[in-house]
Design a binder for this molecule. Sequence first.
Ligand code: SF4
Length: 449
Amino acid sequence: MALSGIEIFKLLPKTNCGECGVPTCLAFAMKLAAGQAELSACPYVSEESKAKLEDASAPPIRPVTIGTGADALKIGGETVLFRHEKTFINKPGIAVLVSDTMSDADVEVRLKRLKELQYERVGLVLQADMVAIKDTSGNAKRFEELVQKARSAGASKLILMSDKPEVLAAGLNHCADLKPLLYAATKANAEAMGNLAKEKGCPLTVKSGTLDEVAELTTKLTGMGLKDLVIDSGARTVKKVFEDHITIRRAALVSKIRSLGFPTIALPCEMTDDLMKEAIISSILIPKYTGILVLSNLEGQGLFPLLVQRMNIYTDPQRPMATNQGIYEINAPDANSPVCITSNFSLTYFIVSGEIEGSRIPTWLLVLDTEGLSVMTAWAAGKFVADTVAPFVKKSGIEGKIQHRKLIIPGAAATISGELEEELSGWQIMIGPREAAHIPPYLKNWTAS
Ligand code: SF4
């Protein structure tokens, strides 16, 4: 049963030492009650209080890790219903399904696409994460072979799917060290699945036809000592799976129902035969709380929009995405190439650098740290002005790379040109276009002399 902030406060040392990162024990208690802090942040809680606080301080949706090391996938751990309230923390995993009744060629194509379909956007590499290996034949040996094949293809985050514990156990002979997600404990096999997950230290999916049954199963399994559970509500229609995801999230966060406080898995691969419809269903579930999506195949036209959507939903809305400050070489510039400057708002950087790249004109692009603000906003906030641009240009080292002294500033910051020319002695400040789309013709007419 969750405790209130005041009840938690009574169990804290009340010394207000601030070592937990907030100034008072009361503030820390309030954060714990809201699921925004971890009890381990206070080094002075007595063992007795710790035991009492364990339940109250646990996050409302348990974080579950699949895989090991830096490459592991963490899902769950969310604390808000809506992204604008704070931020969504752990992005959902995207898995591709392979089954032991598929031909070798089909399996190989899926494993190859998992590895090769990568996209670079705003400095990040976007790709699907994991392989869901499904037993459909009931043949443990075939399942083992499939697990080995996925592993030798480089897959390190796995979901092992079977309703037979002995088949999953056979698969685990080849991948238990990767701590795969086991799928799934049902009413019929919960005890055997629970024991297997416990023995191997793997997270376990709970699947049932109703949320009441799911809650019963999670209660049973947590009673056996299992903590890392993932919920499949069993729904296979868009409407029901959407409703279930919202109900589970609200039950965990608003009603503090611990038995539903786990991340979820959804299987669009079992909801339609049409890959594009799978992508559409997935796009509905990414913002609506799914922890893992299992797709029947990966194709660029369906996967890429999902990866971009996932990236956008799982970034902090209060912190603009930013690129590192520095000098960027585009199209192999030399000493006579033009020098442009822009802000480090990721969208600005990628639009500007994309236009320069497309122009094929070798260009130096200076990116100034404006704390992720666009040129106009940064100018208005005093972060893209002569006093910040000039010191950066001097310290950047660009003067050692070029023979001329011409700096192209964005048209949107034209008003700083006079002051900047005074601050940057020996430099000629040129006013570039306001719109990034006009950069290529501008650069084509630019000359160093
Ligand atoms: S570290 Fe513990 S004792 Fe110190 S202020 Fe935080 S909660 Fe209080």
